[in-house]
Design a protein around this ligand. Structure first.
Ligand code: PLP
Length: 224
């Protein structure tokens, strides 16, 4: 299936009034597909698998902004730490600490989003509300200088029930706003990204205040 560049253009137009950004989720897709999107002047790509991300990073131009959006194992952070621009799915305090450790080793700072569990399913990863409050408290008490918490990320339930999806996005937006209010000025400026919405639910996500949508199949076609 060819890459749908017209859809990309239309999505970017659709995003404008919301001042949101789009990450092209290219997992499992060949380099040639990514190049097509790159040559269409798009620079934001999201990948779910460490090895695949590293291989694609090496094969493609240097001015791409790479987001890691998958389930990240602590022992693999070191492979993406030197170049990743945003780690979106940081789902545990352990992982926060490991990313901080790897960044300090490189003398750098890595941008992250804390992943929040908003769906009904148990299978989705992330902090719950009280864990988030605790993480923020810890961070403000003992700053980790290798990371910058840029915001929150979440995935809605896998369902056709749009009322349920909207409710989950609304909750995430509320959590984002209350977290922002609880941050001291030093952290508040950096905290500006709310990543929610994918191919099936991005319209609802935008209406509920998303600033970053992650779109795969609408651009690249269904995955195998
Ligand atoms: C695969 C994936 C997406 C993109 O999903 P589509 O439905 O193909 O748009 C978005 N976010 C995450 C976390 C993903 O794993």
């Amino acid at each position: 299936m060819p890459v749908d560049l017209l859809k990309l253009d239309n999505l970017l137009i659709e995003l404008e009034p919301f001042k949101a950004k789009l990450v092209a989720v290219s997992k499992t897709k060949p380099i040639s597909d990514l190049l097509e999107v790159y040559n269409h002047k798009h620079r934001f790509f999201g990948e779910n698998y460490v090895q695949e991300l590293v291989a694609k990073k090496e094969a493609l131009p240097n001015d791409i902004e790479w987001h890691f959006i998958g389930h990240l194992q602590s022992n693999k952070v070191k492979f993406i730490a030197p170049f990743v621009n945003l780690i979106q799915g940081v789902e545990s305090w352990n992982l926060v600490q490991e990313i901080n450790r790897q960044a300090l080793k490189l003398n750098s700072v890595i941008d992250i989003l804390l992943q929040i569990h908003i769906a009904k399913e148990d299978s989705k990863f992330g902090f719950n509300e009280s864990e988030l409050v605790e993480a923020v408290r810890q961070l403000q008490q003992t700053p980790l200088t290798g990371i910058r918490v840029r915001g929150l990320m979440g995935m809605a339930s896998f369902t056709d029930d749009v009322t349920q999806i909207r409710k989950e996005f609304k909750n995430l937006r509320k959590l984002f706003d209350t977290t922002l209010l609880s941050l001291n000025p030093f952290y508040r400026n950096d905290f500006s990204i709310l990543s929610m919405g994918m191919t099936s639910d991005y319209k609802i996500a935008l209406e509920e205040g998303s600033t970053l949508i992650r779109i795969g199949s609408a651009l690249f076609g269904e995955r195998d």
